[in-house]
Design a binder for this molecule. Structure first.
Ligand code: UDP
Ligand code: MG
Length: 141
């Protein structure tokens, strides 16, 4: 398994002032941050990033939400990073998320759910490349 995953602190969490608290969770869970930046997605970026969901009924609302304000994009490093980060964030719907997960503690609902996490090593690699060049990542080996 790979040791990198891609994360977003979504606009709901940034606007509510949860960025620092979510950084604490990232560090406490043993991840190293290899890169991070604050940006506001435009429509094309949000649609491209979530293109796998373009036929879903929630797609337009999701794009509106993801472009509604700044978000923080990050590359995280830890052995088995994809799985470890998905465990740290919890289920997509915060009502179904385990105690002490980021979504349980900071998400509002199934759409405004505070954070993103890649779902496979293959997608992690694609998502990292969508937002970062190689030279922007700390090697951290
Ligand atoms: N989403 C939504 N309504 C749904 C399911 C998902 O608005 O019924 C949003 C939510 O922000 C979620 C994102 O679409 O994080 C991507 O959905 P996915 O099923 O990939 O969930 P994730 O991988 O983020 O847990
Ligand atoms: Mg997903």
């Amino acid at each position: 398994m790979g040791n990198q995953t891609f994360a977003i602190i979504k606009p709901d969490a940034v606007s509510k002032g949860y960025t620092g608290k979510i950084y604490d969770r990232i560090i406490q869970a043993g991840f190293n941050i290899l890169s991070a930046k604050l940006l506001k997605l435009n429509n094309d970026q949000a649609k491209g990033f979530y293109s796998v969901h373009r036929e879903r009924p929630f797609f337009n609302d999701l794009i509106n939400f993801m472009t509604s304000g700044p978000c923080m994009v990050l590359v995280l490093n830890k052995p088995n990073a994809v799985r470890a980060w998905r465990e740290t964030i919890g289920a997509t719907n915060p009502d179904e998320a385990e105690e002490n997960t980021i979504r349980k503690d900071f998400a509002s609902n199934v759409q405004e759910n505070a954070v993103h996490g890649s779902d496979s090593d293959e997608n992690a690699e694609k998502e990292i490349a969508f937002f970062f060049t190689d030279s922007e990542l700390l090697t951290n080996q």
